[in-house]
Write a protein that binds this ligand. Structure first.
Ligand code: ADP
Length: 162
């Protein structure tokens, strides 16, 4: 039974995240998309419960994908879940440097947990959750970047703030 933890902010989940989770679920028995509830961070657009709800709906048709949140070291969380793998998505060379450094640190702390990177599909390399938030804030269409229920939730959020 191979379990992969896919950690992230997922604020909000995008089609890029879902592509990585879908492809990983063909390799691993279970993929846990885990929202990292950072103790210190800039104010997120969605709180953790909201991000989990958006993730739950987005992964409803992915039987091998679970969603969860955590607020401890990612390697500790992976161990608690019995996961052998921490999964990350790689969009470009600029993702490489921080991911490589984090992988080295995690490897030192927990040599028993492997870090696995999946390369982003070319359709998803150009954007992140922050791109989605910035475009929506400026009133641009985000329906090509996120599932429809996420687009509705993001637009509602900015509508409330306006
Ligand atoms: P974090 O704050 O940990 O970077 P994110 O939610 O931004 O969390 O991303 C989680 C993971 O998903 C990271 O490994 C990131 O590189 C990857 N990722 C983010 N956006 C995309 C995308 N469009 N395509 C593929 N992978 C992505």
């Amino acid at each position: 039974m191979t379990i992969a933890v896919y950690p992230g902010s997922f604020d909000p989940v995008t089609n890029g995240h879902l592509d990585i989770a879908t492809r990983a679920s063909r390799i691993f028995d279970t993929v846990i998309m885990a929202v990292f509830d950072k103790p210190v961070s800039k104010k997120p657009l969605f709180n953790v419960a909201e991000r989990l709800e958006l993730l739950r709906e987005a992964t409803i048709d992915l039987p091998h994908v679970q969603v969860d949140s955590y607020s401890i070291l990612t390697v500790e969380y992976a161990r608690q879940k019995g996961a052998q793998v921490i999964l990350r998505g790689m969009r470009s060379q600029s993702d490489f440097e921080p991911e490589f450094r984090m992988a080295q640190i995690n490897r030192t702390i927990a040599p028993d947990v492997e870090i696995v990177m999946l390369m982003s599909d070319h359709a998803y390399t150009s954007f992140s959750s922050s791109t989605v938030r910035e475009l929506a804030l400026l009133g641009a269409d985000i329906s090509w970047l996120v599932p429809s229920h996420v687009a509705v939730a993001v637009e509602r959020m900015y509508g409330q703030r306006a």
